[in-house]
Design a protein around this ligand. Structure first.
Ligand code: GLC
Length: 423
């Protein structure tokens, strides 16, 4: 089978009929941003199925506009914490937090690939707009978008959260049994210390029935995050463009874009010469250079200030953009968001660079990403040092990145010396 065929096979095998699992076993539900990648991946060979994926995702939207990070369509005992722990209050059992809003940007891409999907895109647009408004209403700090749980950023155990996690007292979290460590090596997963705090934050949300105004008062964890800020800024730009085409009023969205641009600037930390996360309660930067720091180009900000540090991260490893600065003290090449390279982030960063004309680095990231998949299949993530595949296997969004981007013109290049020289 060619890699194109293998990638389609991954999507089909993870397809549960209307929604796609990230991978069997480890993640047995529909995840928000994974699903947006899946929709785009399907659109490369089955656009109808791509649109259905987005429609199913939107069917879990809460009345207040929030779009949950997990939809529990069918209960699966292999995953913890499940719907009984989260007690979401939407139309479908769900978690109570959201995830990076990449769906609008993928919808714009899908529309370009399949213009016949326009009626479906028009029906989804107002729902996405309501979701984005929810972020603007509840999650801004000086114009930057905050997360209220590490899982909300999609970068679950990134070093960004270490400081804010210390402020959480999880002594009374109670007993529970993790499931993730029975699917993959615990050394590649977050620690128990982290997990206690993840659960404590869920319990706090449940205690106020996920009422955002109450939660804002009691939640010790509020971090302004480059992942959220840059993905929402990009999403708003795409929403404005689609809205104009659909005859929708977009002046409110234009205002939001200005707010988010100003917010992005509050994440610039001169001390690390990069975009950083900010602990809102402590009023301090976290001092973390990550792959999210490199999302400025994706957000439409062609910022030369950010180039040296990101180029430095790339030069420090052999494959792709590490999730955390390889020179940083906390770097661990195989532990989830504390070092490994993730194709989905590489896509967002690399394609953003290509769009903004930073083509040398963008192409480098694209080639590295393709090379990892050629060598080691569609894993969840990989060591940026030697390409070891890690986490879950046959991953939906990794396969989607091959189909939509990394694999372009690659089939005939198998066997070339595609990986870059370490320098
Ligand atoms: C992990 C990742 C998150 C992803 C989910 C499903 O929690 O950190 O970003 O959405 O797995 O793949």
């Amino acid at each position: 089978m060619t890699l194109d065929e293998q990638a389609r096979d991954v999507l089909r095998k993870n397809d549960k009929g209307g929604y796609t699992l990230p991978t069997h076993g480890l993640y047995p539900y529909q995840w928000n941003w994974d699903s947006a990648f899946a929709a785009w991946g399907f659109t490369t060979f089955d656009p109808d199925r791509g649109w259905t994926e987005l429609e199913t995702l939107m069917s879990g939207q809460w009345e207040d506009g929030m779009l949950p990070h997990i939809l529990f369509h069918r209960v699966d005992p292999g995953y913890f914490p499940g719907p009984d722990v989260w007690q979401g209050r939407g139309p479908i059992p769900s978690s109570g937090i959201s995830q990076p809003p990449v769906a609008a940007t993928f919808m714009a891409k899908m529309l370009a690939m399949d213009p016949s999907g326009e009626p479906r895109a028009r029906a989804i647009w107002p729902k996405l707009n309501a979701w984005h408004r929810w972020f603007m209403d509840w999650r801004l700090d000086r114009g930057a978008v905050c997360v209220t749980h590490p899982w909300e950023a999609g970068r679950d155990n990134a070093p960004d959260w270490d400081g804010a996690m210390k402020a959480i007292n999880a002594d009374d979290v109670g007993d529970y049994t993790r499931r993730d460590t029975s699917h993959v090596d615990p050394a590649m997963r977050p620690t128990k210390y982290d997990y206690d705090r993840y659960l404590k934050l869920v319990q706090l949300g449940v205690s106020v029935n996920w009422d955002q105004s109450k939660l804002r008062d009691i939640n010790p964890f509020r971090v302004a995050d480059p992942t959220m800020t840059f993905t929402l800024l990009r999403a708003q730009r795409d929403m404005a463009a689609m809205g104009r085409r659909f005859g929708e009023g977009v002046s409110e969205i234009e205002g939001w874009i200005e707010i988010l641009e100003a917010g992005a600037e509050t994440l610039w930390n001169p001390e690390i010469a990069g975009y950083d996360s900010r602990d809102v309660h402590a009023g301090t930067f976290n001092g973390v250079l990550s792959n999210a720091s490199a999302l400025c180009w994706y957000a439409g900000l062609n910022d030369d200030r950010a180039l040296p540090a990101i180029a430095g991260m790339l030069n420090a490893t052999r494959y792709g953009l590490a999730s955390y600065d390889p020179e940083g003290e906390e770097f661990e090449p195989l532990r989830y968001w504390r070092g490994p390279t993730w194709p989905i982030m590489s896509y967002l960063v690399g394609s953003g660079m290509e769009e903004q004309g930073v083509t040398d680095l963008g192409t480098r990231i694209r080639d590295d990403t393709a090379r990892l998949m050629e060598l080691n299949g569609f894993a969840e993530y990989y060591s940026p040092l030697d390409g070891t595949p890690a986490g879950g296997e046959t991953f939906t969004w990794t396969a989607a990145v091959w189909l939509g981007w990394a694999g372009d013109n690659r089939e005939n290049q198998l066997g070339d010396a595609g990986c870059r020289q370490s320098n």
